[in-house]
Design a protein around this ligand. Structure first.
Ligand code: ATP
Ligand code: MG
Length: 139
């Protein structure tokens, strides 16, 4: 089992200057930010990243949104990082997210839900490799 997960602070979060506030929630939850970069995702990068959702009705909207402004890509480290971060993010739909979670605190809607986190160790490995070289992960 890996102790890493991949995180994205989405365009709705960077637009509202929430990078620091979201990072504070992540760090207070015991996850360590071991790599971080602010980027503008290309359409090709977003399409590839969300390929698993390509047949879903919201795919086009999702790719448009993820390329609409800066994002912060991160590698988080901690025991059971994948599951821990999904707890910290809260439910995909902010209306259903538990108190104290990032999405409950900050998300605007199901689409503009402030953060992404990997859903398995295997996907964490694949997603991290899409955005980071191993040498840039310092933990
Ligand atoms: P993420 O993968 O971003 O961490 P998640 O695993 O909670 O979130 P997924 O089911 O993987 O959710 O969906 C990926 C993303 O697609 C969601 O975070 C959300 O931004 C968007 N999305 C999911 N369902 C919908 C929907 N019904 N309408 C609009 N956008 C949606
Ligand atoms: Mg997902």
């Amino acid at each position: 089992m890996t102790d890493r997960t991949f995180s994205i602070l989405k365009p709705d979060a960077t637009a509202r200057n929430l990078t620091g506030k979201i990072n504070a929630v992540i760090e207070e939850a015991g996850l360590r930010i071991v790599a971080q970069r602010r980027i503008r995702m290309s359409r090709a990068q977003a399409e590839k990243f969300y390929e698993v959702h390509s047949e879903r009705p919201f795919y086009g909207e999702l790719v448009d949104f993820m390329t609409s402004g800066p994002v912060v890509v991160q590698v988080l480290k901690g025991e059971g990082a994948v599951a821990r971060y999904r707890e910290v993010m809260g439910a995909t739909n902010p209306a259903q997210a538990a108190d104290g979670t990032i999405r409950k605190l900050f998300a605007v809607s199901m689409g503009e839900n402030s953060v992404h986190g990997s859903d398995s160790d295997e996907n964490a490995r694949i997603e991290i490799a899409q955005f980071f070289d191993e040498a840039d992960i310092v933990g």
